[in-house]
Design a protein around this ligand. Structure first.
Ligand SMILES: CC1=C(CCC(=O)O)c2cc3nc(cc4[nH]c(cc5[nH]c(cc1n2)c(C)c5CCC(=O)O)c(CCC(=O)O)c4C)C(CCC(=O)O)=C3C
Ligand SMILES: [Fe+2]
Length: 302
């Protein structure tokens, strides 16, 4: 079905204990002009969870789910896992792949969209890791998958579920990670998010009004980023008389820290202060339809 001899699961990485938090944040923000205050604040988010980001376990679980999907469908490819910002570091994974005799791998990235942070930066990671390993295997990133059923359908079900936990008349608020307006491919990222949100809204609740907003901005306050921010938007909705929102993290594939803190703690608290009923939709995580996506994307390759 494919000329690849391995699948590489490529992700962001996160700390696995309190002593990892600062070195992890330094890795993420190296050369990126993030104020020290912001770093300390984000460090506190991780410490609230014992210094452990959920993202690494989610990657282990997703890797196991992909392996199970491959096994159930007769796809005989080993699955490797590497990260940009924490162990297992991508370069170490590439070194292991080479040692195992892998020649040509396809990379499935835990980010569904085009845009710099969501696509191009992962391509840079692959190029840099390959430079560190002599005679490294070839690695092709699989295509952006924000429009694929394996990504959309789990969100449709999760959106229906979140609405079912709320009173009548709830609004839908789709949310994604903000990026600086100066970031390359920012418009493409925002357009793809808009399309994904519209598709999920139409399938899950065609008559429910929806908005697309952003979260987790960092950078210097004077630097413009994609807006509105979710917390500001909750205030606006409150002013308009809305009293229930289902929040759908359409910009993410798992319930990692940006979901567990920025939505489940920060945005939920703001909603509670405003007297807005709040339900957060699950991300695809290890949904079998999502775990089948690497196989479907591979089937389209030569
Ligand atoms: C578009 C996008 C995604 C979605 C695509 C994808 O999933 O890849 C994403 C995901 C994530 N972002 C994450 C964590 C962080 N992102 C930061 C900083 C930044 N993110 C940015 C963008 C994005 N980020 C940007 C433009 C910055 C500014 C610095 C820079 O230009 O690079 C910082 C620094 C502190 C802060 O300022 O917040 C942290 C700690 C985690 C791990 C969560 C966990 O540990 O569970 C995940 C999955
Ligand atoms: Fe981020």
């Amino acid at each position: 079905m494919t000329s690849y001899d391995a699948l590489l699961l490529l992700s962001f990485g996160g700390p696995e204990g309190p002593e990892d938090v600062i070195p992890f944040l330094e890795n993420v923000t190296r050369g990126r002009n993030i104020p020290r205050d912001r770093l300390e604040e984000v460090g506190e988010h991780y410490h609230l969870f014992g210094g452990v980001s959920p993202i690494n376990q989610q990657c282990r679980d997703l890797k196991a789910a992909i392996e199970a999907d491959f096994a159930a469908h007769g796809v005989d490819l080993p699955v490797y896992w590497g990260n940009r910002n924490w162990t297992p570091y991508l370069a170490d994974t590439v070194r292991q792949m080479k040692a195992d005799g892998v020649r040509r791998a396809a990379a499935f990235v835990t980010s569904a969209y085009s845009g710099y942070s969501t696509n191009d930066q992962y391509l840079d990671d692959i190029a840099r890791a390959r430079e560190e390993v002599s005679d490294a295997p070839e690695i092709d990133k699989l295509p952006v998958y924000c429009d694929r059923p394996g990504f959309i359908e789990p969100f449709v079900d999760a959106t229906k579920d979140a609405l079912s936990r709320l009173p009548e008349g709830a609004r839908l608020v789709f949310t994604a990670h903000s990026v600086p307006l100066s970031q390359p491919n920012r418009d493409l990222y925002a357009e793809e998010l808009e399309t994904a949100a519209r598709t999920v809204a139409q399938k899950a609740a065609p008559r429910t009004p929806w908005d697309l907003v952003y979260q987790s901005r960092s950078g210097p306050p004077a630097q413009p980023w994609l807006e509105p921010q979710i917390t500001d938007h909750l205030e606006k909705l409150h002013g308009d008389g809305d009293r229930a929102v289902a929040v759908v993290p359409i910009g993410f594939v798992s319930d990692h820290m940006e979901v567990k803190f920025d939505l489940d703690v920060e945005a939920a608290e703001r909603a509670a202060d405003l007297g807005i009923a709040f339900a957060r939709a699950a991300t695809p995580g290890t949904d079998p339809r999502f775990a089948a996506l690497p196989r479907h994307l591979l089937a389209d390759t030569k």
